[in-house]
Design a protein. Structure first.
Length: 229
């Protein structure tokens, strides 16, 4: 098996990028930019929803792979602990479960540990638990649902920081994750500069379009002028 990919701690420039995305962009316009670049399938399943509507996540992907189990191994949490302890500041935990519904592999204690290590949130294509406590610590999470049962004897972390399928999308460590109320979009690392540039340009065009529509201009005329919808 090949070595795991290194994590990507956020630099000051990365943190500035994240802040600009949070304040000026959103998942839909980034998805549009990716369409223009030929990445037409970068939005995770619509079943992944934020625990609360105002949750917003932007950061580099830190991937974790889980699989169902039907017995309790000698060290049921060993690799899970290793994976969480390896999180770097500025990363988003991306948990691939094969879209399992047998257990909740992510909860409040993992959220607390991840937040303390600088994680900016978590995306789980399975279930989570301890939701009220997670809300209390202010750790944003997108998940497919909620279930109170533990992973012990039902599932386990089997690897981390390798490419995974999460929510129907391939995610590699270091990809950019942008998640808001519309959904979760993954920007391949090599496409980040162009995607952000195109998204920023489209937001400017949308702002002009919105202003003229609000003033009563016809949609046909405004679309002919700016070319965005």
């Amino acid at each position: 098996m090949t070595n795991r990919e290194p994590g990507r701690a956020a630099s000051p420039a990365d943190l500035q990028l994240f802040a600009e995305i949070e304040s000026k962009l959103y998942s839909a316009v980034i998805a549009d930019a990716l369409d223009e670049l030929g990445y037409r399938d970068q939005a995770m399943s619509e079943h992944l929803r934020p625990l609360t509507p105002n949750h917003l996540i932007v950061g580099w992907a830190r991937t974790i792979s889980c699989m169902d189990m039907h017995y309790v191994p000698a060290d049921p949490y060993g690799l899970e602990i290793e994976a969480v302890d390896s999180i770097l500041p500025g990363e988003v935990v991306v948990v691939s479960t094969g879209q399992s519904r047998r257990n909740a592999p992510w909860g409040e204690l993992l959220s607390t540990a991840a937040k303390a290590r600088g994680a900016r949130g978590a995306i789980v294509d399975g279930l989570v638990r301890d939701v009220k406590k997670i809300e209390h610590i202010g750790f944003p999470i997108f998940a497919a649902g909620i279930k109170p049962v533990d992973s012990k004897g039902r599932g386990a972390v089997v690897d981390y920081n390798r490419p995974v399928d999460c929510g129907g999308i391939m995610v590699s460590p270091g990809d950019l994750v942008v998640a808001d109320y519309d959904g979760v979009v993954v920007v391949p690392a090599e496409a980040v500069p162009d995607a952000i540039r195109l998204a920023t340009e489209k937001v400017s065009l949308e702002n002009h379009t919105r202003t003229e529509l609000a003033q009563g201009a016809y949609l046909r005329d405004v679309y002919a002028k700016y070319g965005v919808l």
